[in-house]
Design a protein around this ligand. Structure first.
Ligand code: CP
Ligand code: NVA
Length: 306
């Protein structure tokens, strides 16, 4: 049987995704007690081209708590496509370890790693998507609004996190709206794909520039930084483009009173979100950060046949 990877979420059926989220809830409940040691005697490697707090710490903790050993490899010490090719790295790793978790710039780097090795590869963020973050969002929503057909609104940059949340919402039959300034909408071909998925799942995928109308019926408002890792040189230009798209108290006042607010973190307080909103009772951003651990354990368990 061919090994499985977690690369985008699009390769997973709604049933599989619901199964992973239910498994994550079980891991959360059983943490430190009867949790199955799926990775006993196994080793996972984390290859990261970009900085990380949550992703690194939650994957290292997940692998450790599942009984495995972890090796963290910053790309400076590996040199993907500089010291040796991505394919050669994959062909070496598959002979020594059992799992690769990769955070890269180009999305193609993760797919090349996955294509060239016979062990599971998990996407820990690329310029194009962040599937593990979307799964953590999914678990957080199941906990906060169980059984609800969610109306999720992403405000700001149609970036990697936006792409993955859009994909998850389509798969789960939620309504999703990206409210972005012109020129910063989510990936157009992915948006079309999500609309097609929604025909099957009963969800909805919308893209608008009108954030005020978008949040009026929102169950959850999500945002992320205006300049992602690798876009630092564009920060100034982007600050100007995103003016008016801040998730602040005035925007929250336009939404239903009990609207949830989330952010993948790290946040630039005072830019895409105010500190007041991030720290408010509506915010579930820190729950979602914790849920990274539980969903990643579930993904690993799933990929290893559990
Ligand atoms: N949300 C997230 O992926 O955080 P890190 O970049 O700190 O891993
Ligand atoms: N969009 C952000 C997410 C960080 C978790 C970035 O790529 O930098």
């Amino acid at each position: 049987m061919r090994k499985k990877d977690l690369l985008t979420l699009l390769e997973y059926s709604p049933e599989e995704l619901r199964g992973i989220l239910n498994l994550a809830a079980k891991h959360k409940k059983e943490r430190g007690t009867v949790e199955k040691k799926t990775l006993a005697g196994k080793t996972g490697v984390l290859i990261f081209q970009k900085p990380s707090l949550r992703t690194r710490v939650s994957f290292e903790t997940a692998i450790h708590e599942l009984g495995g050993h972890v090796i963290y490899l910053p790309d400076e010490s590996v040199g993907m496509d500089t010291r040796e090719s991505v394919e050669d790295i994959a062909r070496n790793l598959e002979r020594i370890v059992h799992l690769v978790v990769a955070r890269t710039y180009a999305h193609g780097t993760v797919t090349r790693l996955a294509g060239a090795c016979g062990i599971p590869v998990i996407n820990a963020l690329t310029d194009w998507c962040h599937p593990c973050q979307a799964l953590a969002f999914g678990l957080t929503m199941l906990e906060a609004r169980p059984g609800k057909r969610l109306n999720a609104v992403f405000v700001g940059d149609g970036n990697n996190v936006c792409n993955s949340i859009m994909a998850l919402c389509a798969k789960l039959g939620y309504s999703f709206t990206a409210a972005c300034p012109k020129g910063y909408e989510p990936d157009a071909s992915l948006t079309e794909k999500c609309k097609k998925i929604c025909e099957e799942t009963g969800g909805e995928t919308n893209v608008t520039n009108d954030l005020h109308a978008a949040v009026e019926q929102a169950d959850v408002i999500y945002t992320d930084v205006w300049a992602s890792m690798g876009q630092e040189a564009e920060a100034e230009k982007r600050r100007a483009a995103f003016r008016g798209y801040q998730v602040d108290e005035a925007l929250i006042a336009r939404a239903p009173k009990d609207v949830l607010v989330s952010h993948c973190l790290p946040a630039k307080r005072g830019e895409e979100i105010t500190g007041g909103v991030l720290d408010s009772a509506n915010s579930v951003a820190y729950e979602e950060a914790e849920n990274r651990l539980h969903v990643q354990k579930a993904v690993i368990t799933y990929l290893f046949g559990g």
